[in-house]
Design a protein around this ligand. Structure first.
Ligand SMILES: Nc1ncnc2c1ncn2[C@@H]1O[C@H](COP(=O)(O)OP(=O)(O)O)[C@@H](O)[C@H]1O
Ligand SMILES: N[C@@H](CC(=O)OP(=O)(O)O)C(=O)O
Length: 397
């Protein structure tokens, strides 16, 4: 057993939504174990548990402390890990669950957006050597200096899984989902979207940055830097899923791979002498209010005002906008927008923005502006046109 390769699998909240689903996952893992695999499982919180915990926090407090919020949110993954271990015992398989800190996931100090500094999976290895399945709580770690518990940001269990797979020198990291891997569009929006069988890291990273909820953006960056192949599979499905590797051969340059979207983009306006002062004031505001940086998309300075365009999970955006009400220098600027992005393999063809704008115009969707990145065209549209825009642009695939 000691010499067998280690299998690292991550199960998302959707696959663990009920105790019955957890038992079914345990049954699959037991079969894998009996075939001689050494298994490390990373789990997310059950179903919508994390959203419910966040909601409760804002019912108990107007401005929950970020430290206490992390303490609260890490309990979601603890529930799944212990239930899965219990279910595994029922199937006659020895298992043990660990929190992020027990598993050796070391992070920086940033509550709610911590970055992994190092993984020291000493106890994980010991338990694998004892012949146990090791079940780990994703999305969390500990700061080695302060000993404080941290979370990695929403969707962070994928990043735990990649970091653990790299630390254990696994051959690949398997991400088990309710969808059939990475699709040409969110299957909830485009019913006839197709699963992509092979993808390169750069394309997937671009898709996740621009809203593909299928993986935590940072997990793709980490997999790329560690050259850790990813396999995204539908739980219980017979399909092969999506294989994500360093390079993909034989694809036509400029081919549109997928359409993804960010549901909610907000703008903040800051009175300032220049862009640098604008950012300084924004950074001070975040710090004063105990907020972490949102995902910045663009910024510009004109006529005494810095304007920052950003996105993040909805809860964090609401919190940020609430804090602006108490500020003289910072305010919400203009209406909320959505983005729709076309990700291309091997670079964007020069006429693609024009084609995309024409298609949207044909569907009476007005494009506010667009930005180009090396692998994608990203168009900004009214929130109410988001789904129609995704459907319309999917015709380019
Ligand atoms: N391009 C995409 N490909 C596949 N799923 C996507 C894409 N964009 C958004 N999604 C959404 O991402 C979710 C990820 O899968 P799911 O198994 O439900 O989540 P989790 O593993 O986080 O519990 C799905 O609900 C799906 O609708
Ligand atoms: N439970 C956390 C972390 C996570 O990664 O979840 P999931 O794998 O279900 O997206 C969240 O909801 O953000």
């Amino acid at each position: 057993m000691r010499n067998h390769a280690i299998t690292v699998q991550k199960y998302g909240g959707a696959c663990l939504a009920t105790p019955a689903k957890i038992r079914a996952v345990a049954s699959d893992l037991a079969n894998l174990y009996r075939r001689g695999h050494r298994i490390v499982v990373i789990v997310s919180a059950m179903g919508q548990t994390t959203d419910e915990l966040v909601r409760m926090a804002y019912q108990a407090s107007l401005q929950p402390s970020r430290r206490e919020l992390d303490m609260l949110l890490t309990t979601g993954e603890r529930i799944s890990m212990s239930l899965l271990s219990m279910a595994l015992f029922d199937f006659g398989v020895p298992a043990i669950s660990f929190t992020g800190s027990q598993a050796g996931v070391m992070t920086d100090e940033s509550h709610s957006a911590a970055r992994i500094l190092d993984v020291r999976p000493i106890r994980v290895r010991e338990e694998l050597d004892r012949g146990r399945i090791v079940v780990l709580a994703g999305f969390q770690g500990v700061n080695p200096a302060t000993k404080e518990i941290t979370t990695l940001g929403r969707g962070g269990s994928d990043t735990t899984a990649v970091a653990m797979a790299a630390a254990l020198q696994a051959e690949c990291c398997e991400i088990i989902k309710e969808v059939d891997g990475v699709c040409t569009a969110d299957p909830r929006i485009v019913a006839n979207s197709k699963s992509l069988r092979q993808l390169d890291f750069a394309s997937l990273s671009e898709m996740c940055f621009w809203g593909a909820k299928v993986l935590h953006f940072r997990s793709v960056e980490l997999a790329q830097s560690q050259n850790m192949p990813l396999v995204l599979k539908k739980w219980g499905g017979s399909e092969q899923g999506t294989h994500v590797v360093k390079e993909v051969m034989g694809m036509e340059s400029g081919r549109v791979l997928a359409v993804n979207s960010l549901a909610r983009i907000e703008h903040v306006e800051i009175d300032s002498a220049d862009l640098s002062q604008g950012f300084e004031r924004f950074a001070q505001h975040l710090k004063r209010n105990g907020l972490s940086w949102p995902q910045l998309l663009a910024s510009a300075f004109t006529a005494g005002k810095t304007r920052i365009m950003m996105t993040c999970d909805s809860e964090s955006l609401d919190t940020l906008l609430r804090t602006l009400k108490g500020s003289k220098e910072l305010r919400k600027h203009r209406e909320t927008l959505s983005s729709v992005s076309l990700t291309c393999f091997g670079g964007v063809s020069t006429d693609l923005p024009f084609k995309a704008i024409q298609i949207l115009q044909h569907h009476a969707i007005i494009v506010d502006k667009y930005v180009l990145s090396p692998h994608s065209v990203n168009l900004f549209v009214p929130v109410e046109s988001r789904e129609a825009a995704v459907k319309a642009l999917h015709s380019l695939i």
